[in-house]
Design a protein around this ligand. Structure first.
Ligand code: ZN
Ligand code: ZN
Length: 290
């Protein structure tokens, strides 16, 4: 298995918020051309979920997840467990999230965030769905709620991890996986690289979190799943292993975390080629990204 998974992306936001109307079919074709055969597209409210499902419906290899994002509480309104549970019945819906705490951008909604996160951990446990957790400037509260509400039972992933080693250790101890985004490639992100050194190969994933956070060397453009290759190559180099080895590990971790078996790509070439033989630059030169 040498294909690659983008373990966290927002495909609906990519189509709707891009600088120009990006065709999702083109985005998917570019991802495939870079060996990115599978992805997990995440919705941040129940309303978003319905829109996202329409966008991704025609394509293979896309899993989905739904949660109430800590920065979308206002637009999410008074959601109920029944509504969220209904979204999670889709056969390709493999996780509850993203949920979590963000006191960096919205310290003022602290109490509402704590309540929403706690309810979603409880629901994940009830439905036996892994959690996708977003945590920003909220180390201690996040871990405290995870412990108090037994997040260990459902497990899941700390997505776009950008906190310190201590928090990574606590999350690993709770059985969670750690997913790294393009932030790992940013010059100023020494703390994330400390975490990269610490997290073992069998507990990490890679993601774009697109359309945000495009990695170096395409920082500043709209991010998309193909670019997870840059993050993969950066991290593989940093860890002193081959991109193929890291792709294999992160795919296996994705399968383990979300209890899925990744389908074998129908294009046999993808299986035979080394991941690094898919040339990003070849596509890049065709006037992309824009
Ligand atoms: Zn997030
Ligand atoms: Zn996200």
């Amino acid at each position: 298995m040498c294909f690659l998974v983008d373990s966290h992306c927002h495909l609906a936001s990519l189509t709707l918020e891009g600088k120009g109307p990006k065709s999702i079919a083109e985005v998917m074709a570019r991802a495939r051309a870079c060996g990115v055969t599978h992805m997990l597209s995440v919705a941040c409210t129940i309303e978003d979920y319905a829109k996202m499902m329409q966008v991704i419906a025609p394509f293979d290899g896309i899993y989905n997840a739904c949660g109430i994002h800590p920065l979308n509480l206002e637009e999410a309104g008074a959601w109920t467990e029944e509504q969220l549970a209904a979204c999670l019945t889709d056969e390709k819906c493999i996780a509850l999230g993203e949920t979590g705490l963000d006191f960096f951008y919205a310290a003022e909604t602290r109490e509402a965030q704590l309540d929403s996160f706690a309810r979603q951990i409880d629901l994940a446990n009830e439905l036996k769905k892994p959690l996708i957790i977003h945590a920003r400037a909220a180390h201690h509260d996040t871990v405290a709620l995870m412990r108090e509400h037994n997040a260990r039972d459902c497990g899941g992933v700390m997505h776009c991890f950008c906190d310190e080693v201590e928090m990574a250790r606590e999350c690993l101890d709770l059985g969670f996986f750690i997913s790294f985004s393009g932030i790992a490639t940013f010059r100023a992100a020494d703390n994330v690289r400390e975490v990269l050194k610490y997290v073992p190969l069998d507990r990490m994933m890679v993601e774009t979190d697109c359309p945000y956070l495009a990695p170096v060397p395409v920082r500043g453009v709209d991010n998309e799943p193909a670019f997870v290759r840059y993050t993969l190559e950066y991290i593989a180099d940093f860890k002193g292993i081959s991109p193929k080895e890291l792709a294999k590990a992160t795919s296996a971790n994705f399968e383990q975390c979300f209890k899925v078996k990744l389908s074998t790509p129908s294009d046999e070439n993808i299986l035979q080629k080394d991941i690094s033989t898919y040339k990003l630059e070849k596509i890049y030169n065709k006037g992309w990204p824009y």
